[in-house]
Design a protein around this ligand. Structure first.
Ligand SMILES: *[C@@H]1O[C@H](CO)[C@@H](O)[C@H](O)[C@H]1NC(C)=O
Length: 205
């Protein structure tokens, strides 16, 4: 973001209390990381200066102090099919672990901080049907798992993503797909992810 100008006022009281010997025009020496103008000596600082085209520093990355991650299982029966025109957001019946970030209301992971995250997901195509399942980051697919129509075919994928805080990670069934889920006590669909590393600000390196 560009600011048209930055006005800095210093040493007004000093300028009024005692006459100063002539200094000539003070020359800005450097601009520090917060945009403050540095002078070679405090005496040279004028009461007011204007700096054009000052670049605002980026906000520091949002850090995680604790672990973050989740593991969920068993696809919801209502979200096990998709068509060419209607991809389906996969929902889960059970949360095994939620150490931060999993939102049951939307069935998505909301990154609590900037960093790198690992994700893995598994599904089974229904007998005689194909299944395409994509790992989504916000509205864009990242990896795809596929099982063909030859029977109950396993579909899996995994990967590491860079995320900014509040990025959404979720699973989508695509194309002419139907996945299979056990009706009782087994779980054939799962989705897990966890924080590998929260980014460090330069001061902490
Ligand atoms: C979808 O898959 C089923 C099962 O394999 C198949 O019978 C059907 O023809 C497919 N539909 C389309 C539109 O491809």
């Amino acid at each position: 973001m560009w600011l048209s100008c930055l006005v800095i006022t210093t040493a007004i009281a000093a300028a009024h209390s005692a006459p100063e010997p002539p200094q000539g025009d003070p020359v800005p020496h450097a601009v520090d990381h917060l945009g403050r103008v540095q002078f070679s000596s405090p005496v040279a600082a004028p009461s007011t200066i204007v700096v054009d085209q000052f670049i605002e520093p980026l906000p520091p990355p949002k850090m995680c102090k604790n672990k973050a991650g989740f593991s969920v299982r068993k696809a919801s029966m209502k979200t096990m099919t998709s068509s060419m025109l209607n991809p389906t957001a996969l929902r889960f019946q059970e949360v095994l672990v939620n150490q931060g970030g999993w939102e049951p209301s939307t069935n998505s992971f909301v990154a609590p901080c900037d960093g790198t995250y690992y994700f893995a997901f598994h599904a089974l195509s229904n007998f005689g049907w194909g299944a395409t399942v994509a790992l989504m980051k916000n509205k864009e697919y990242q990896m795809t798992a596929y099982g063909d129509e030859a029977g109950y075919q396993a579909a899996s994928n995994s990967g590491v993503l860079f995320l900014n805080s509040d990025d959404l990670v979720w699973l989508q069934i695509q194309g002419n797909s139907t996945i299979y889920e056990h009706p009782n006590k087994e779980a054939y669909t799962s989705f897990s992810g966890y924080l590998l590393e929260s980014f460090h600000t330069p001061d902490e390196l």
